[in-house]
Design a binder for this molecule. Structure first.
Ligand SMILES: [Zn+2]
Length: 358
């Protein structure tokens, strides 16, 4: 069984595997791009190729013991190490390092509240200096490298620049900007960008997801299908549309924002937590504001998923400078935490709406 990559990963894989076949691949690779675009899959397939007993051209055989250990997500591969970003708790439990692909995937998917710890990187260094179990060297994948503090980066600089023989180090990072120039300089770099809307929608269809609100869910997920699936399956996308509706109504009629504020801060059915995290709220509002800016710039409504079903004409009175200012404001809100008192949150949301209407 071949190891199939998502369509948007094929091009970067070709670059990596071609360099490997030509023996031009340095011992360190940086894969940049939103980790929710399955960049960890790309790292794993590259690791498979590197560790495979019988690679066939640019493809790992998929049959040897090494390939099998990496294809079965729950199995451990002794020559494969995932260095994961962690919370203090997870770190204390030793969950910052793993030989299982599964743990890498989960860490890449959700890194909220975690950081890449200097001690995790030191343990990785120790592992890198030990001899290999198999005959083809070893591969370490450093997940969420953008969450690496500078001190930690400096600590592993030497290992990264000159890894022990037959060791491949792959870093997954959200963006290249987050890494030290010295780390960037020696590595082979590939970047992964989001698929276009047709490819992404097809991916959702393949996953047998209702695509009625696919465009909206994708726009809110940076066109990462895996994330859009969660929005759709959890039903949250419908809640998003209610918020958008309430916001558009408030703005077009210039009424008190109370209804919108209640909607966006709404609690779950169990009343224990809110439907949306603060980060999600910011994401929704930012997308709304960006689409409004695009609409004002002449982009038609059918290309603006969140504005698709609202009376956008009634919103053009909002000044572009107010829209730009509100984007800045949202960046600041993002820094707040979910534990802020409800009154404070209500005030923030009110201010947001009022600033647009002023
Ligand atoms: Zn193989």
């Amino acid at each position: 069984m071949p190891f199939v990559l998502k369509p948007w990963l094929n091009r970067p894989y070709l670059d990596l595997s071609a360099a490997f076949s030509l023996k031009r691949l340095p011992s360190s690779i940086i894969i940049s791009g939103d980790l929710r675009l399955n960049t960890a899959n790309l790292a794993v397939k590259t690791a498979m190729l590197y560790l495979c007993d019988h690679p066939e051209g640019n493809e790992p055989c998929g049959k040897c013991k090494s390939c099998q250990m990496l294809m079965d997500e729950g199995l451990s591969h002794p020559d494969f190490l995932a260095v994961l970003s962690s919370t203090k708790d997870a770190f204390d439990k030793g969950a910052d390092l793993s030989h299982r692909v599964l743990d890498l995937y989960e860490n890449a998917e959700d890194s909220s509240g975690t950081s890449l710890r200097i001690d995790s990187l030191r343990h990785f260094q120790e592992w890198a200096s030990q001899s290999t179990m198999g005959s083809h060297g070893k591969v370490a994948v450093i997940s969420n490298a953008h969450l690496m503090p500078e001190a930690a980066a400096n600590a592993i600089l030497k290992t990264f620049e000159e890894p022990p023989q037959d060791t491949l180090i792959i870093m997954l990072t959200k963006s290249l900007d987050a890494l030290l120039p010295t780390i960037l300089s020696r590595a082979f770099k590939v970047s992964v960008s989001a698929p276009d809307v047709d490819v992404a929608t097809q991916e959702l269809l393949d996953m047998q997801v209702d695509v009625t609100y696919a465009h909206q869910a994708l726009a809110l997920s940076g066109y990462a299908p895996s994330l859009a699936v969660t929005l759709i399956k959890s039903g949250k996308i419908l809640k998003v549309l209610e918020i958008v509706d309430a916001l558009a109504n408030t703005l077009s009629k210039k009424v008190d924002p109370i209804f919108f504020v209640e909607k966006i801060l709404e609690n779950d059915k169990d009343k224990k937590s809110s439907v949306f995290t603060q980060e999600e709220r910011v994401q929704i509002l930012s997308e709304f504001v960006l689409e409004l800016l695009k609409y004002k710039a002449g982009i038609t409504q059918d290309k603006l998923p969140l504005l698709l079903n609202v009376d956008a004409k009634a919103l053009v009175y909002i000044q572009a400078e107010n829209l730009f200012a509100s984007l800045q404001r949202l960046k600041f809100i993002k820094g707040g935490n979910n534990l802020s008192p409800i009154r404070a949150m209500q005030a923030v949301m009110r201010d947001f709406v009022n600033s647009l209407m002023s």
